[in-house]
Design a binder for this molecule. Structure first.
Ligand SMILES: [Cu+2]
Length: 680
C-alpha cells in the first residue's frame, strides 16, 4: 500500500529546556496553542507530530510505545517491553527503523528484540515517521520508515536527569551529561529500566495465563519475578572543524537481562548490543554542492533465550528443554549529497550494507539437544543508488520525483536440513520510485498527492529458516521452513492528504491505497509445517487527526486510524492487521499546570487469518488521566493509565506468528506512574 508521506516529528524528553517546543521564543504563548500553529502551519500536510510535551508526559517505556499515539502507528509486544512498531499494518522488514541513519536488525528469530528495542529513549531527541514508500535514500521500507535522531550537546555544560517510578516496582531512570565547545563537544548517557511482572485488569499476573496442565506455564518462583532489567550507556563525540562541517562518532552499549515474553515459549536471558556510528557532514561546499554527508556504521547483537523459567525446564539436568543462541551484525556505508540543479534541489546518494544473521536452536525433544542451524549464518549484501529532485512550481505547488535501484544478494554459509549448497544463494534486483505533489490553494489549506513504488528483499529467516517439527504421541509442534524461491515484494501505493488549519484549530486527513505483489505471507503449509510464500495483496486505510483550542485554556483532541488488508489469492483477510481505533481527549493547560483525560478506543477485529488460526479480538475502551506542572528546569508529571482497570487485549499482541504460544496475553490493568525531570 502506499501511504502519503506522513512525517511525525517526535521530540523526545531530553531537550526539555522550559522553552516551548518548536523553538518559539514567546513563553507567554500557551504551549498547546503553539503546537496547534506548528501542526497546522509549519509542517507539510505529509507531517504529523508527537511533541516533546506529549512524550515527556507519557509513561512510555520505549520508542515503540511512544509512537503508538501517532495516527496510523500501532505496536506489537510480547511482554512488558520491547514494543515493535507497525505502520498501517506494515511490520517487520516491510518498514525500516533507523537511528541517525544506522540500520539495525534484531537477533531473535522470535523478534523479542525488534530494532526500536535497541535505542534507549534518553538517547533520542526526535523521531520522524514516513508512512508509505517515499524514502528513496534507503533500501526497503516499502510500508514506511521510522527515523530516530540522537540528542546533540548544547553549548557549554548541560545535564538532563529523569526518573520515573510506577506500578509493578517499575523504574525508568536516565542521566545525560554534555559539554559543547567551539570545536569539540561530547555527551555521556546512562539509562536503567526495570519492572516486575505487570498485572492485568482481572488482577492476575500477565505471566499467569497458562492452564495448570501447560508445560509452557511459568515456574512458581518465576511467575512473579523481574519482567525486564535493561542497562544502557552511550557516548557521542563531535568535532566541528569549520562553520559548515561536522564530524561525529557515537558508541552505545545495551544489556538486557531477564526479559519475560509470556506470549512466547521462551524468555530472553541475555541480550547484548554494541553500536558504532560515524558521520561527516559538510555544507555549502560549492554553489553546486549544497551538502555532502559520509557515514559508516557497525552494530552487533548477541541474544540468548531459553525456557529456563518455565515448567518445561523442570527436572532437567541442562536447566532448559530448549534454547536458542543467536547473533546478528550489520555494517554499512553511505555517501549522500544535495546538489543545486536548476531552481530545485537534487538529492543523490550511493549506499551499501551487509547484514549477517546466525541462530542455533537446541531442544531436548528434538534428537536430545541436537543443534539445529535454525538461521544458517546468512549474509545479505545490498548496494543501491538514488536520485530525488524537488522543485517549486510557482507559489502554490511543489513537486518531488525520484528513483532508486538496488542489487541485493543473499547467501547461507552453513547448511541445515532445508538449506544445502544447491539452494543456499539467491539475488534480487529492485527499483523504487515516486512522484509527490503538494498544492496550497489558499492559506491554511494544503493538499498532497503521492504515487510511490517501494520494494524489499525477503529477510534471512523468510529465505532460510529451518526448524524441524516435533511429532510425538500427544505433541505436534509444527516445524518451520524458509522459502529460497521467494521474490522481492513490490508495493504500488497511492496517497492523498488534506490539511486545514486556523490559529486555534487544525485537522489533518489522509488516505492510502496499496497494491502489493509478492507480499511475503506466513502460512500453514501442512499440519506439521509453517512456511512463507509470495501472494498478491491489497491494503488501504485512512487517518484523521485534529486539535482544537477552546476558551479558558481548554483543549480538545481526537484521532482515528483504520487499515484494511486482503490476500488477493485466497480472498481472505491478511493476518495481523489493526482494527479501527481512535482517541479522544480533553485537557486543561495554563502553561504551568495541566490535567488531561483521554479515552482510547479500539473496535473489534473480525478480519482474521483463519489459515493461521487467528482469533477475533474484542473491542475496548480505556481511560487515561494525567496531570502535572512545569516550573523552570523542573517538570513533574503523574498519571493513571487504564483508570477503570479493564481487562482487555491488544488485537496484535497475543497471536503473532511465528513462535506464538497461542495463549492470549492481556494488557496491563490500572497502573500509576510519576516522573520528575530536571534539565539545565
Ligand atoms: Cu529471543
Amino acid at each position: 500500500m502506499k501511504s502519503r508521506q506522513l512525517l511525525a516529528g517526535v521530540l523526545l524528553a531530553g531537550t526539555m529546556t522550559g522553552v516551548p517546543a518548536f523553538g518559539s521564543d514567546n513563553t507567554d504563548n500557551n504551549l498547546i496553542l503553539d503546537e496547534i500553529v506548528v501542526r497546522g502551519e509549519k509542517e507539510s500536510p505529509r507531517e504529523e507530530s508527537l511533541t516533546i510535551r506529549e512524550v515527556r508526559e507519557s509513561p512510555a517505556r520505549d520508542i515503540g510505545e511512544a509512537l503508538k499515539t501517532v495516527e496510523g502507528v500501532s505496536i506489537v509486544h510480547k511482554g512488558a517491553i520491547a514494543n515493535d512498531v507497525v505502520i498501517r499494518g506494515f511490520q517487520k522488514d516491510n518498514i525500516n527503523v533507523f537511528l541517525d541513519g544506522e540500520r539495525i536488525h534484531g537477533a531473535c528469530p522470535s523478534r523479542m528484540d525488534p530494532p526500536a528495542f535497541h535505542y534507549d529513549f534518553a538517547e533520542v531527541e526526535q523521531i520522524k515517521v514516513i508512512k508509505g514508500p517515499y524514502d528513496l535514500a534507503n533500501p526497503g521500507g516499502l510500508g514506511g520508515v521510522v527515523e530516530a535522531r540522537s540528542k546533540k550537546p548544547k553549548k557549554g555544560f548541560g545535564a538532563d536527569v529523569s526518573v520515573t517510578g510506577g506500578s509493578y516496582d517499575s523504574v525508568n531512570a536516565s542521566a545525560v551529561g554534555s559539554y559543547g565547545g567551539e570545536k569539540f563537544d561530547g555527551l555521556l548517557g546512562y539509562a536503567y529500566k526495570f519492572s516486575r511482572v505487570p498485572t492485568s485488569g482481572d488482577g492476575k499476573l500477565i505471566t499467569d495465563i497458562y492452564p495448570a496442565t501447560s508445560k509452557n506455564r511459568y515456574r512458581d518462583n518465576d511467575k512473579d519475578s523481574t519482567a525486564y532489567s535493561i542497562n544502557s550507556a552511550w557516548t557521542r563525540l563531535g568535532f566541528t572543524p569549520s562553520e559548515n562541517s561536522r564530524m561525529e562518532v557515537g558508541y552505545s552499549l545495551q544489556e538486557a537481562l531477564h526479559v519475560l515474553y509470556p506470549f512466547l515459549l521462551m524468555d530472553g536471558t541475555d541480550d547484548t548490543t554494541n553500536r558504532v556510528n560515524w558521520s561527516y557532514t559538510a555544507a555549502k561546499v560549492s554553489p553546486l554542492l549544497k551538502e555532502i554527508r559520509l557515514q559508516g556504521y557497525w552494530n552487533h547483537i548477541t541474544h540468548l533465550m531459553s525456557d529456563k523459567y518455565r515448567v518445561s525446564s523442570l527436572d532437567i539436568p541442562h536447566g532448559y528443554s530448549m534454547q536458542t543462541n543467536a547473533d546478528t551484525m550489520v555494517y554499512g556505508a553511505k555517501i549522500n549529497g544535495t546538489l543545486a540543479v536548476g531552481s530545485g534541489d537534487l538529492k543523490t546518494g550511493i549506499d551499501y550494507y551487509n547484514r549477517n544473521w546466525n541462530a542455533t536452536n537446541v531442544r531436548k525433544m528434538y534428537m536430545n539437544y541436537l543443534p539445529v542451524r535454525m538461521i544458517p549464518d546468512v549474509s545479505i549484501g545490498n548496494l543501491g543508488l538514488f536520485g530525488e529532485y524537488t522543485i517549486p512550481l510557482g507559489e502554490t505547488v511543489k513537486l518531488t520525483a525520484g528513483v532508486r535501484g538496488d542489487l541485493a544478494w543473499a547467501e547461507a554459509d552453513s547448511s541445515n536440513s532445508y538449506v544445502t549448497p544447491q539452494n543456499n544463494s539467491t539475488d534480487f534486483k529492485t527499483v523504487n520510485a515516486n512522484v509527490q505533489l503538494t498544492y496550497t490553494p489558499l492559506k491554511g489549506l494544503e493538499t498532497y498527492v503521492g504515487f510511490g513504488r517501494g520494494s524489499r528483499t525477503p529477510d534471512p529467516q523468510e529465505l532460510y529458516i529451518d526448524l524441524p517439527a516435533i511429532v510425538m504421541p500427544g505433541v505436534v509442534n509444527p516445524g518451520q521452513r524458509g522459502n529460497t524461491d521467494l521474490k522481492a515484494t513490490v508495493n504500488h501505493q497511492f496517497d492523498l492528504g488534506l490539511k486545514y488549519n486556523t490559529e486555534t484549530f487544525f485537522i489533518n486527513g489522509s488516505f492510502f491505497y496499496s497494491d502489493l505483489s509478492d507480499y511475503v505471507n506466513y502460512y500453514q503449509a501442512s499440519p506439521t509445517l509453517k512456511s512463507y510464500r509470495n501472494i498478491d495483496a491489497t491494503m488501504w486505510g485512512y487517518e484523521v487527526g485534529s486539535q482544537v483550542a477552546l476558551p479558558r485554556d481548554f483543549f480538545l483532541k481526537g484521532s482515528l486510524s483504520y487499515t484494511w488488508g486482503d490476500n488477493d489469492d485466497t480472498h481472505a483477510p491478511l493476518s495481523e492487521i489493526p482494527p479501527l481505533r481512535g482517541t479522544v481527549g480533553v485537557r486543561y493547560d495554563d502553561n504551568l499546570y495541566f490535567v488531561e483525560v483521554a479515552e482510547n478506543l479500539s473496535s473489534r477485529q473480525e478480519r482474521v487469518d483463519r489459515n493461521l488460526q487467528e482469533q477475533s479480538t474484542a473491542g475496548y475502551a480505556t481511560t487515561d488521566i494525567k496531570g502535572g506542572f512545569r516550573f523552570k528546569a523542573l517538570s513533574v508529571f503523574a498519571g493513571v493509565n487504564n483508570l477503570l482497570d479493564k481487562q482487555y487485549y491488544n488485537y496484535l499482541s497475543y497471536l503473532r506468528d511465528p513462535f506464538a504460544s497461542g495463549a492470549k496475553v492481556p494488557e496491563n490493568g490500572r497502573n500509576y506512574y510519576i516522573t520528575a525531570q530536571y534539565t539545565f
